[in-house]
Design a protein around this ligand. Structure first.
Ligand code: SF4
Ligand code: SF4
Length: 474
């Protein structure tokens, strides 16, 4: 039975409710009166239910689909302006005891090189990331209680935060590790992590069990209830996501929103972010063997509908996607992108042979540009790249963050913070042409700050940064 507040995965992600939602959406996909009603509600920018959003996703009317895309773009602008937050993944270890059939790190893959970084190696990776200009990373690791116990993850986080190379610093460490216990989530919280990210992969229980035939991840309920345990452990910023291509996208979409509704109903705070990975080629993985692959057009519609359904949730796209796809997605709701990413263990350290490092990659990267090229591209396409980590460092997490965000108050600090952190990047890491374009962009954007006190303070900070000071924030 469907119960949004239930502690049981099969009740808050009720298969029957998803099926009923899909039926309802299909029956109403050409019901223009209902679609208009839902669009009018969505224009209030307070979100939609999974049923309402599913009708929009199913809608086949060209005119209405155009309105959906326009509205997604408007909501994106109203909540996030033209800022795009940058991050990079950092793979600690690809040892894994699970049997996920879509991932080359699965236990049965005997020919992929296995690697677990030492703290010294992590230090070199972090220095390489800092030298690129990154301030925010997402730590990734396979599940292996012997090789990657929680103590290893905690030590690694400590190492990452402790390194300050030249003007560099990693100011926010998000963590993407396997579902674990409340006790371990407490430890991660105490270690000062930003967001705890865990992709559901698929919400469809039967498919889930087939796709995860062996290992602890086989347990659907334990995996699906992980965010509840994370919240009980004190982590109030959690990141959801499904791996599109494994199951029917309409099913995943409805269930993903039901998961968000569950967190909101029980803990008063929805997901901090939603990621939208699509299955990609990798060592011993051929995406064409999964029959639920989605076209770029459907992918864009999914992004737009998620944006409309949960306006205040950050949306992330990685370098799995090409420059072209990422560019379109930025206009439909994406607020965070990775840049200059390596998806292998030890991939950033230039002393390690690149081919050798790539052999241990989790997936093929489509966007292979350097971080500086990504920054220049964002500026040239009208966006403001941001390295801001202010909320987390000011303790604005969970419901305190959501409260500000839902009231769009965030625009008062996000924009100047973006300019300040972009300035740091330009001073410390940018190529001359990026610095020139970025400096022009900062001047242009300064003129858009309406509050004079904030504008003056921002100008003051920008001057201080030129003189060598760092780490200002609103
Ligand atoms: S998806 Fe994660 S848990 Fe599954 S095999 Fe890959 S690294 Fe292991
Ligand atoms: S001020 Fe907060 S919400 Fe805005 S960009 Fe910075 S960290 Fe994100």
């Amino acid at each position: 039975m469907y119960n949004v507040k239930s502690a049981k995965a099969e009740e808050f992600i009720s298969h029957q409710e998803v099926e009923d939602t899909l039926k309802y959406a299909d029956e109403n996909k050409n019901n223009l009166e209902l679609i208009d009603e839902i669009l009018n509600k969505a224009r209030k920018e307070k979100g939609l239910t999974h049923r309402e959003a599913s009708v929009l996703l199913a809608c086949e009317n060209e005119e209405k689909n155009k309105e959906i895309f326009e509205l997604a773009n408007k909501i994106k602008n109203d909540f996030y302006g033209n800022r795009i937050v940058l991050f990079a993944p950092l793979y600690l270890s690809n040892y894994c005891v699970n049997g996920c059939i879509y991932c080359p790190y699965h236990h049965q893959n005997k020919h992929i090189p296995r690697k677990k970084m030492t703290q010294e190696e992590i230090k070199r990776e972090v220095i390489a990331l800092q030298d690129m200009g990154h301030k925010r990373i997402a730590v990734e690791s396979g599940e292996d209680p012997v090789n990657n116990p929680i103590e290893y993850i905690l030590n690694s986080i400590k190492t990452i935060y402790s390194i300050h190379h030249k003007n560099g610093a990693i100011r926010r460490v998000n963590v993407n590790i396997a579902a674990t216990t409340v006790e371990n989530y407490k430890k991660l919280h105490e270690a000062g992590i930003g967001t705890y990210i865990l992709f559901q992969e698929t919400y469809h229980k039967e498919s889930y069990e087939k796709l995860h035939p062996t290992g602890p991840k086989h347990n659907y309920a334990y995996h699906t209830e992980a965010m509840d345990r994370a919240m009980q452990g004190g982590i109030d910023d959690v990141g959801l996501g499904v791996l599109f291509g494994l199951e029917m996208y309409k099913y995943e979409f409805a269930a993903l929103l039901m998961h968000a509704e569950h967190l909101e109903a029980v803990y008063g705070v929805g997901p901090h972010t939603i990621s939208v990975p699509r299955i990609k080629k990798a060592d011993d993985i051929d995406p064409s063997t999964f029959d639920n692959g989605i076209s770029d057009e459907i992918f864009y519609k999914l992004i737009a509908c998620i944006r409309i359904a949960v306006p205040y949730t950050g949306m992330i796209i990685s370098t799995r996607e090409s420059k072209e796809v990422r560019e379109r997605a930025l206009h439909l709701g994406i607020s965070q992108v990775s840049g200059g990413s390596k998806t292998s263990v030890g991939g950033y350290d230039s002393s390690i042979d690149e081919d050798e490092a790539e052999e241990s990659a989790q997936f093929d990267v489509s966007d292979r540009r350097t971080l500086d090229e990504v920054i220049k591209w964002l500026i040239d396409t009208g966006f403001v790249p941001s390295f801001c980590t202010a909320c987390y460092r000011e303790g604005r997490t969970g419901d305190r963050f959501m409260e500000i965000c839902k009231n769009k108050q965030i625009l008062n600090c996000c924009h100047p913070n973006a300019l300040i952190t972009l300035k740091e990047y330009l001073e410390d890491y940018a190529k001359p042409e990026t610095k020139e374009a970025g400096s022009r962009k900062i001047q242009e954007e300064l003129g858009r700050i309406e509050n004079n006190a904030v504008k003056n303070k921002t100008e003051e900070y920008l001057k201080e940064i030129e003189k060598g000071a760092r780490d200002f924030r609103f």
